[in-house]
Write a protein that binds this ligand. Structure first.
Ligand SMILES: Nc1ncnc2c1ncn2[C@@H]1O[C@H](COP(=O)(O)OP(=O)(O)OP(=O)(O)O)[C@@H](O)[C@H]1O
Ligand SMILES: CC(C)(CO)[C@@H](O)C(=O)NCCC(=O)O
Length: 474
């Protein structure tokens, strides 16, 4: 009898272990199955490259296998990153809807149509159509990723707009990151009955970078001949990326060292960032937008504002290899009344841009050397449509490191935080289902692979609880 019990126990343990193994394998596959195409302007043929395979890309599963995990995360799938200057929204629009989903509640349909059919929302919201990614596979669903941004200062209007589109009638949890996820949490709940499930902004950022890079062949690029008029964007094969450094230039600047998937430390930062550029530019030139500031800068000459090495030496400082055209003192010419009288707004805008960019390049370089890292990824919306800074960063990194450091850039500039946040929504939910299934297996020795779970706890703290199930379409 004892022998019989021992054999039964053994078989039952084996059964549970096998199931665990199966779920583990399925989870890895589900989290990794992602392919996409970018409907971007930049996708020259020269950019198509053969990618070394990475554990979480290019695996395919039959659709039935992933539906058990992610179908329970009801639509719409949003990831919101509320930063100091800009709020960014990633919206996943499924294109593989089932018949039941086609019958989705009217409000959801309207929201989908509204987001998809417009490029502007209110006066200040914009959809970056050129960055849209089609045919993406996220959490077992196929669809398009849309990218929308608006100024954080307009959050009240955004909430009003969302309310007018009926968001308040959908009891919902939205995944949010960035400082604003904390700052505006109450407002979201009060006005939209919406809980913000909060995720750390830097965790989300790294997750978003890894996902986008793995799913867009032309995401990562560098500039060839950054000093010349004929600078060219070239694709960079970033499929074997670790370790690398991230310099995220938002309102302020965060500098991270990434050593493995999802593993990073924040090594430094500086308060002289994109917010400083725009703030100083508004003060000095009277401009009122980032676009205007960049336009002015593109027409300006910073050497009318800065003091160069040759203004001091009459040429280069040969002994220490300082070229005569290097900036010796940013804004150094502005101590002269004459020069101040002659300087143009354009020159001031250019000098502000050059000063901020060079300072970031200098800090990034020191961090990279200190951490013994050679690839530095620059991102954040400061670099949006900002070729002047991209060139300066590329040249600065290469010149000062004598070619040891490489500046890299990403097409989706400032959208990685919100994408990472959207992915958290899916995987937290999957994790939860998997945990529940495993728990059930251990308790009653049976597998519940249909994804049904007990009613979920709701939590606004963003800790271990999964995102609330939505009652819209499912
Ligand atoms: N339309 C825009 N309006 C305002 N700033 C813009 C705009 N487009 C680009 N920028 C630049 O991008 C910066 C904000 O970048 P980003 O969205 O990456 O950071 P953030 O999330 O707002 O800031 P942080 O991460 O520091 O909280 C601004 O400071 C500005 O330099
Ligand atoms: C405060 C954050 C992290 C908000 O995104 C960012 O603006 C930043 O990194 N600022 C620089 C802070 C510093 O390290 O001096």
């Amino acid at each position: 009898m004892k022998f019989l019990i021992a054999v039964c126990t053994c078989f039952s343990k084996l059964f549970v272990s096998l199931r665990k193994l199966l779920f583990g394998a399925c989870k890895l596959l589900v989290m990794g199955v992602c392919t996409s195409s970018l409907s971007s302007k930049m996708a020259p043929e020269s950019c198509v490259r053969v990618r070394k395979s990475r554990s979480y890309s290019s695996v395919s599963l039959p659709p039935s296998s992933y539906s058990m995990f992610s179908s329970s995360v009801a639509m719409p799938w949003f990831g919101l990153d509320i930063g100091g200057s800009l709020a960014k929204l990633a919206y996943f629009e499924p294109t593989d809807n089932t018949e039941a989903e086609e019958q989705e509640v009217e409000t959801l349909k309207n929201i989908r149509k509204y987001l998809k059919n417009n490029r502007s929302y209110g006066d200040t919201g914009h959809r970056d159509v050129h960055l849209q990614m089609n045919n993406v596979l996220i959490g077992g669903r196929r669809g398009s990723l849309h990218f929308i941004r608006f100024p954080t200062s307009e959050m009240a209007l955004f909430i009003e707009l969302a309310k007018s589109k009926g968001m308040a009638t959908l009891a919902s949890t939205v995944c949010a990151t960035g400082g604003g996820a904390y700052k505006f949490e109450r407002q979201f709940y009060k006005e939209l009955h919406m809980r913000l499930h909060k995720f750390d902004e830097l965790d989300s950022l790294i997750r978003g970078i890894e996902f986008m890079e793995a799913n867009n062949q032309t995401e990562c690029y560098y500039l060839e001949n950054p000093k010349s008029e004929t600078t060219e964007k070239k694709c960079y094969d970033f499929s074997d990326p670790y370790p690398f450094m991230v310099v995220n230039i938002g309102s302020g600047v965060s500098i991270l060292k990434v050593t493995a998937p999802g593993q990073f430390t924040r090594v430094s930062g500086t308060s002289l960032g994109g917010g400083t550029f725009l703030g100083l530019c508004c003060l000095l030139t009277g401009c009122t937008s980032f676009e205007e500031a960049l336009e002015l800068a593109s027409q300006g000459d910073s050497t009318k504002v800065d003091k160069l090495v040759k203004d001091i030496y009459g040429g280069g400082y040969e002994k220490f290899n300082l070229d005569g055209n290097l900036v010796a003192a940013s804004f150094g010419q502005m101590i002269s009344t004459d020069r101040r009288a002659k300087v143009r707004r354009e020159d001031l805008a250019r000098a502000t841009l050059v000063t901020i960019t060079n300072n970031i390049a200098s800090i990034a370089r020191m961090c990279a050397l200190n951490e013994k890292i050679s690839r530095v990824l620059f991102l954040g919306n400061f670099l949006r449509s900002n070729m002047i800074s991209q060139k300066l960063l590329s040249y600065g990194m290469e010149y000062w490191s004598k070619g040891a450091l490489k500046a890299l850039f990403l097409e989706h500039e400032g959208y990685f935080g919100c994408v990472g946040c959207l992915l958290e929504l899916i995987t937290q939910r999957e994790d939860y289902i998997l945990k529940e299934n495993l728990k059930n297996n251990v308790v009653n020795g049976t597998a519940t692979v249909n994804g049904t779970t007990e009613p979920l706890p709701t939590d606004v703290s963003g800790s271990s609880n999964p995102p609330e199930m939505r009652n819209g379409s499912s």
